[in-house]
Ligand binder design. Structure first.
Ligand code: ARG
Length: 454
């Protein structure tokens, strides 16, 4: 059921150490090359097989020969194919040469599932942080967030299964000038806290859209929105309390939808936890280490890579998405001492995570290379069939409705489904499986007919 890339993710996470089939390859290689099994384990990686029903494990020859001084490569090729290792081949890919072991996919999966269960005797659980879903308050929970939720949940379950310590974090976007717009919208539409209790996600979105429309006609609105946000950023106690209440309603509403998906989190974190007043020490460290360079207009930028700069602090001293992520990573390392932290976020934030890692690296934080951006492609053409709803909750509802309709129409249905819960599970399973079936890093076209092919 899993796409090849999900499978790859699985295998990489399991690190294959407990996998009998890989051990078999490692044993044979150890005999012929005398390289230690531990070294071999790290060298072998999962490739992209030409045939669908296969799993390919590759051993790069250049490293074997240049770094490890192995000369008897031909001996490796003499490993006999059997019912597990289907073939052993020398493959040339431009300047790289590798030995490729082909393994039957179904045998391999069965083995991974059956034998990776029990950790090795000297297994030391790793501290794994998985950050996923992470929608923005008052903005639609789009399909990128859903993909992140599905993949992140999968990655967390997998790590839990192999007995690592897993912390699941949902990092909600709740900071920036757009939240000033929401406050303006709330006032203009006369919503009070009580009215928000019933449907906070949609009401907040409505306020955001409303205030933006007002701003198109009246430039004054932008100034009001900015001023509202400055009050929050500068820590006005009343405004913050009000904002926190709004966040709580939003969170409770989200939890209900996650429950439908069978997804949970250990922590809800917010970008607002890392506002200007909270992260002074992090900014100071960056300044002291000369990572930040002040520009004539007052903003502070950092160099990433050879010829790129990114803004870290705005000219008025306020924080940005990137600065908050820098502070959040440092905070999480203090709390969880992670061996790996996965950010399950779409491909389009590649540059952001590259910048994040390089700035942490410049700050001399030795753990900066433990951050992994698990990226994925975009889902194109995703909207509800009716073309109206943009919220996850509505998409899931629609899926449920369509499932019921299909079952009624289907000539093979004997007893129409009248249990709401079952239809919900069926609808949601369709959405999840359709997503896991796709190649992770490719964009794909959302097609209701394919989704509903249960
Ligand atoms: N809220 C962001 C968005 O919707 C995603 C956050 C991803 N996580 C992170 N640590 N930057 O685009």
């Amino acid at each position: 059921m899993l796409s090849h890339e999900c499978m790859q993710l699985t295998i990489q996470s399991l690190n294959c150490q407990t996998c009998v089939k890989q051990r078999k390859i490692v044993d044979s290689l150890h005999k012929t090359t005398k390289i230690t099994p531990v070294q071999l384990q790290t060298l072998i990686h999962v490739g992209n097989p030409k045939e669908k029903g296969k799993i390919e494990l590759n051993l790069p020859l250049n490293i074997l020969e240049t770094s490890l001084g192995i000369t008897n490569v031909n001996e490796i090729l003499k490993i006999h194919p059997d019912d597990i290792i289907k073939s052993v081949q020398l493959v040339r890919d431009r300047a790289n040469r590798k030995i490729s072991f082909e393994i039957d996919r179904s045998i391999f999966i069965k083995d991974v599932i059956e034998n990776c269960y029990y950790p090795e005797v000297n297994f030391k659980p790793k501290n794994i942080v998985v950050e996923y879903s992470s929608p923005n308050v008052a903005k639609p929970f789009h399909f990128g967030h859903l993909r992140s939720t599905i993949l992140g949940n999968f990655l967390s379950n997998l790590n839990l299964f192999i007995k690592n310590n897993v912390t699941r974090i949902n990092y909600l976007g709740d900071w920036g000038t757009q939240f000033g717009f929401i406050k303006v919208g709330l006032k203009d539409l006369n919503y009070n806290l009580d009215s928000l209790k019933t449907d906070p996600i949609k009401i907040l979105y409505q306020c955001y859209v409303h205030a933006n429309k007002m701003a198109e006609k009246d430039p004054e609105i932008l100034e009001r929105a900015k001023a509202e946000f400055v009050k929050l950023e500068q820590g006005s106690a009343n405004d913050l309390k009000h904002w926190q209440q709004i966040l709580n309603f939003t969170k409770n509403e989200l939890v209900k939808t996650y429950e439908r998906l069978g997804v949970t989190f250990d922590e809800y974190n917010y970008e607002s936890m890392y506002s200007q007043k909270d992260i002074g020490d992090v900014i100071d460290t960056m300044r002291k280490k000369h990572i930040l360079k002040k520009q004539p207009d007052g903003k502070e930028v950092a160099e990433v890579g050879t010829d790129k700069t990114v803004t870290v602090i705005k000219s008025d001293g306020s924080t940005l998405y990137l600065s908050r992520d820098i502070a959040a990573a440092i905070d999480r390392f203090k709390k969880y001492n992670f061996d790996k932290m996965y950010y399950v976020v779409a491909n389009d934030q590649n540059d952001h995570f590259y910048a994040l890692r390089s700035i942490l690296h410049k700050m001399d934080l030795p753990w900066s290379d433990r951050l992994v951006h698990v990226k994925f492609g975009r889902i194109k053409g995703m909207s509800s069939r009716k073309g109206t709803s943009v919220f996850l909750q509505d998409i899931l509802d629609e899926c449920k409705e369509l499932i019921v309709k299909r079952q009624i129409e289907s000539p093979t249905t004997k007893v129409p489904i009248s249990n709401d819960h079952i239809s919900d599970i069926l609808g949601i399973s369709c959405v999840i499986i359709n997503d896991l079936k796709q190649r992770r890093q490719r964009d794909y076209e959302f097609d209701w007919d394919k989704v509903l092919q249960y």
